[in-house]
Write a new protein. Structure first.
Length: 455
């Protein structure tokens, strides 16, 4: 199999959430449309009742022979029926306008889903294919936009500009991230209206996820009323939003722990914010807002199947994991000592690796090293040696990178490993053609070189 052949399951692993947002949006629009239709045109709707009433009155009026004998000849009844019909027509016009809006939104969501399917289906079979660079550029632009949208407002604007210039607007969920940013801004400013509105729109899905977010929000609202010492309002709020039955529903059946937390919070009616009791100080702590913000963000991302870290970081970390060594990112001393004490049933002991960072290593010499602590060390059956002179991978017994040799110092007994071809190149650049160790400056004879085998 060619090394350039692409495996769709592996290449598209990071793009599995690309279709989640438009599909969820289509599902939500379908439910909204269905509920709106049933409410306005269903068998139990006001429109249907008015229609049945008009038809009944018309049938009665047409079969009655006494209407002509009335003083007004049935004019009052006809006026009432006409008024009812006009109201029905007004409702129908409003319903038609709303259904047209929902239809347009569904068409837009369908177009987005179709565009994303086309993008994923356009993955070439090989990285050598003519269309792969353009496909990879579009994917990289998508990952950069995702990274920008998770950052500060200026970068969010950059994401919109990048998406427009690269023609990937349909791949980027700008509205989704704006919705998240709006709710997060409200939480940072101590407001709960935005996040409660979002919870109301997604209550069914949150129950399926067994999320306790809504309970946490209502509890925080109650705490803020206690902080303001609006005790009557706090009691009323608890009765309305945090009754035992409601708590059980909001915590998806696991309401025991939530009831314990609520019982403890009820004591805030007697304890003011300046209390010295640690338990109630923690309930009044501003840090609860930070925890609520983190809880909401994780719930929002989980609901939309969005990863908690940027797609760009995930792509970079996949490459970093194949390059990272203890030289690039040293093991913590605590982890080292723990590993060395491991028994036969645990992982083998890890020993400190000798060496220094290389300018040729992207982990050692670039900002990518900041992502290295988050990924595991690479595992190789055989070591890979790169000559610091030629910059080529040395195969050991010759080949493209050359033969692997070592120069052993006669003074210290320590040695450094290079490729034979790299040393020959360095010697050819020396005025006297001497073989000089590039790091120590020590002069060697050619017969001093020791052949090294990779293990």
């Amino acid at each position: 199999m060619s090394s350039s052949k692409l495996s769709p399951n592996e290449v598209l692993l990071l793009d599995q959430a690309t279709l989640k947002a438009p599909v969820d949006n289509l599902r939500r629009l379908q439910k909204v449309t269905q509920k709106f239709y049933e409410h306005n045109l269903g068998p139990t709707s006001t429109f249907q009742r008015d229609l049945d009433d008009v038809l009944r009155k018309s049938a009665v009026a047409s079969s009655s022979t006494s209407s002509a004998d009335t003083p007004d000849g049935g004019a009052a009844q006809r006026a009432e029926m006409l008024k009812t019909v006009e109201g029905m027509l007004t409702k129908m016009r409003n319903t038609k306008r709303k259904l047209a809006e929902l239809s347009a939104q569904s068409a837009a969501a369908t177009q987005v889903a179709s565009a994303r399917l086309d993008h994923l289906a356009a993955l070439p079979d090989s990285s050598d294919a003519a269309g792969y660079p353009a496909w990879a550029r579009k994917r990289l632009s998508h990952q950069l936009s995702d990274y920008f949208l998770r950052s500060t407002p200026p970068l969010k604007r950059s994401a919109a500009v990048l998406a427009r210039e690269e023609g990937i607007e349909e791949l980027v969920d700008v509205e989704l991230w704006e919705e998240l940013a709006k709710a997060e801004k409200g939480l940072r400013e101590g407001r709960l209206e935005e996040v409660l509105s979002w919870v109301g729109e997604n209550r069914t899905t949150l129950k399926k996820m067994k999320s306790t977010l809504e309970f946490t929000i209502h509890l925080q609202a109650y705490i803020e009323l206690c902080r303001a010492r609006s005790l009557d309002a706090a009691i009323a709020y608890v009765k309305k939003n945090l009754s035992p039955v409601t708590v059980s529903e909001l915590s998806a059946g696991g309401g025991a722990s939530q009831m314990e937390e609520l019982s403890r919070a009820m004591a805030l009616l007697a304890y003011a914010p300046d209390t010295t009791c640690q338990i109630y100080q923690e309930l009044y702590s501003p840090a609860r807002w930070d925890n609520l913000l983190a809880h909401f963000r994780s719930t929002f991302l989980s609901l939309h199947s969005l990863p908690p870290v940027p797609l760009l970081h995930m792509s970079l970390q996949a490459g970093i994991a194949s390059l990272k060594t203890p030289i690039c990112c040293p093991l913590p001393s605590s982890a080292l000592s723990t590993s060395n004490k491991s028994n036969g049933n645990s992982a083998p002991p890890v020993h400190p690796m000798e060496g220094s960072p290389s300018a040729e290593c992207p982990i050692c010499s670039s900002p990518l090293g900041q992502l290295a602590p988050e990924v595991p060390y690479s595992h190789h059956v055989n070591s890979t040696i790169v000559c610091s002179i030629s910059g080529k991978v040395v195969e050991g017994d010759g080949g493209e990178g050359g033969q692997l040799v070592a120069l052993l110092s006669k003074m210290t007994g320590e040695g450094r490993v290079y490729s034979k071809e790299g040393l020959a190149l360095r010697a050819s650049q020396h005025p006297e053609g001497k073989l000089v160790d590039p790091h120590t400056g020590e002069v060697f004879q050619w017969e001093d070189m020791k052949k090294v085998f990779i293990s």
